[in-house]
Design a binder for this molecule. Structure first.
Ligand SMILES: [Zn+2]
Length: 160
């Protein structure tokens, strides 16, 4: 990547992240010659993201599918669609930022749960109960207990 200021071909990448549109990668670069900084954008299409399913099959990451799952979990929660879409974008961005080409369905599920937990508790519990139906019920129950405990402590603070 040639520096737009001095044309020197070497630059150092100082930051890499998904652009706000979620469809390109933004790199902040610093020229090793003149030290000036500039930004480049690369189409994400060149970096396909593959989801490895539990049975080993691979499929392209499907944003629509993720959104459908989120919308279903947020059913009747009075959450504007824009907020749910923003959450999907956030999750996709985090995956793209990790610069992994492959993510297991399990890790993707864990990431979604982690995000939902702070987004909407009911949606989180719904998603987690579906997602973990065949996984470790014990650890899920332990997590629910922790969540309820944290909630009790939270309301305790409010009461005081
Ligand atoms: Zn330069």
């Amino acid at each position: 990547m040639r520096c737009p200021f001095c044309q020197k071909p070497d630059s150092r990448v100082i930051d890499t992240r998904a652009a706000d549109d979620g469809h390109s990668i933004r790199r902040r670069r610093e020229c090793t010659g003149c030290g000036k900084r500039f930004t480049t954008y690369e189409a994400v299409e060149t970096v396909p993201l593959i989801v490895v399913k539990n049975d080993g099959r691979r499929e392209s990451f499907n944003r629509a599918k993720l959104l459908t799952g989120l919308v279903r979990s947020c059913d009747k929660r009075d959450i504007p669609l824009e907020r749910i879409e923003a959450l999907a974008t956030d999750i996709e961005r985090e995956l793209r930022n990790s610069m992994t080409r492959e993510v297991t369905a399990r890790d993707l599920g864990e990431l979604v749960m982690e995000k939902l937990k702070s987004f909407d508790e009911v949606a989180y519990i719904r998603f987690a109960s579906v997602y973990r139906k065949f996984a470790d019920i014990g650890s899920f129950q332990a997590e629910l207990t922790d969540l309820l405990k944290a909630k009790e402590q939270g309301s305790g603070v409010l009461a005081n």
